[in-house]
Design a protein around this ligand. Structure first.
Ligand code: PMP
Length: 363
């Protein structure tokens, strides 16, 4: 609509307009209950119907096999950097493997050091996190409990297009920034986790999808709030969950199903990314994306200007045209356009038209 901007933020990020309008219409009095979802007991039948529908819609979207549990937790993906080793490693001496493809997997590996013995078996740092390793080069520890990856590095814009098969232990993936952006074969993973605030809802909800046989082995020191078994046994209602956030995620899941499911969502995401990357690659070097082509993210598109002194002007002019949050992460500079599910094609087309016009005026 006229009064909304195109918001290219990395997260919290833009949400589908129809979802926001529906939430608005249901805010004051949800389905005739006489109250807002924010005011409901998390143990009442109304909220139970909301969380159960959110889970079943997510299961339908990702075709989650029955031997997996879905948990709606708090604490952000950052809390999972600790929860994963605490739950999957029986002792602080357990060996696990991390592939570090950017800032987020780096943080995950560092946090794991407190609870187990992680080995970084590959790091993209020497090449400034522009690559994904080839899988047969990955030398895993024989006794590793899991192999951890970040499926999409939000800051560096590198995305796994396929997934390694661990030689030892299960595959664990941080999918915070590409969750529900495309179909995923959940059966290849032991654990998938994601903060909601990029593709599926507001911040405050953290989703964990875990194979049930991996639950129940947490180290003794694990806080109850980090123990998958506690949350699984209580259907994510051990304590007060982030009720309103879960409701919003549920509305997004419903919307994604109505759009035709994740195959259709991926088709749209590919189209948007293709338009933006072609504009960058076709700019004769005026714009540049440092990421190797085969692993460029469909969600987060980092780019620089050859004339870096123009970056401030670019961001300022774009904002005047209602395209906001294009500044790159403070650790890498340049620009970054996050084009999650809810960024309409029109937003990407407008950005590309602006980029061409800006180049014509400044080349
Ligand atoms: N992993 C990835 C890939 C992320 O993009 C982020 C947040 N930007 C995090 C982890 C941390 O998430 P949170 O802020 O929800 O703890």
């Amino acid at each position: 609509s006229q009064d909304r901007v195109f918001n290219f933020a990395a997260g919290p990020a833009t949400l589908p307009e129809n979802v926001l309008l529906r939430a608005q219409s249901e805010l004051y009095n949800w389905h005739g209950s006489g109250m807002s979802v924010m005011e409901m007991s998390h143990r009442g039948k109304e909220f139970l119907s909301i969380i159960q529908k959110a889970e079943s819609d997510l299961r339908a979207l990702l075709q989650i096999p029955p031997e997996y549990s879905v948990l709606f937790l708090q604490g952000g993906a950052t809390s999972q950097f600790a929860a994963v080793p605490l739950n999957l490693c029986s002792s602080p001496d357990s060996a696990v493997d991390y592939v570090v493809t950017g800032s987020w997997s780096d943080k995950a590996a560092k946090e794991a050091q407190k609870y187990c013995k992680p080995t970084v078996i590959w790091s993209g740092k020497p090449e400034k996190y522009t690559k994904i390793p080839s899988f047969h080069d990955l030398e895993q520890n024989n006794n590793s409990g899991y192999l951890h990856i970040c499926a999409n590095e939000t800051i560096h814009g590198v995305e796994f297009k396929d997934y390694p098969v661990p030689k030892s232990g299960v595959l664990v993936a941080d999918m915070s920034s590409n969750f529900c952006s495309k179909p995923v074969d959940v059966s290849r993973f032991g654990v998938i986790y994601a903060g909601a605030q990029k593709n599926v809802g507001p911040s405050g909800v953290t989703i964990v999808i875990i194979r049930k046989d991996l639950i129940g082995n947490a180290q003794g020191v694990t806080p109850v709030m980090f123990d998958y078994k506690i949350h699984d046994e209580n259907d994510s209602l051990y304590n007060t969950p982030p009720c309103y956030g879960i409701y919003m995620c549920g509305l997004v899941f419903e919307d994604l199903l109505e759009q035709g499911g994740l195959g259709e969502v991926e088709r749209r995401n590919k189209k948007k990314a293709e338009i933006l990357y072609s504009a960058i690659d076709g700019s004769k070097g005026f714009y540049k994306c440092p990421v190797e082509k085969s692993v460029r993210s469909l969600m987060n598109v980092p780019f620089t200007l050859e004339k870096s002194e123009l970056e401030g002007e670019f961001i300022k002019e774009a904002a005047k045209e209602k395209m906001v949050q294009l500044k790159g992460h403070r650790s890498v500079g340049g620009m970054r356009a996050s084009i999650y599910n809810a960024m309409p094609l029109a937003g990407v087309e407008k950005l590309v038209a602006f980029m061409k016009d800006f180049q014509a005026r400044h080349a």
